[in-house]
Design a binder for this molecule. Sequence first.
Ligand code: ZN
Length: 75
Amino acid sequence: MVNHMRHNRSRVGMTRSHHALKVQGLSVCPDCQAKRLSHKVCANCGKYNGRVVLDVLAKTVKKEKKLKAKTEAAK
Ligand SMILES: [Zn+2]
């Protein structure tokens, strides 16, 4: 660390005042009215721009199957 890099607590605080995380822009899905991230596929209905992109049902079935296998293995 070079001497000119040394800060006092006030300067550190002033810098960190800009480090807060901002909430990502949420928008409402036009098809199912669920909240989704803008420019992302809706996780609730699997649609993007009015078009089905993601098979949500197949994904949940697969997830449940995986969870079931995991709990069976734990026994
Ligand atoms: Zn949706």
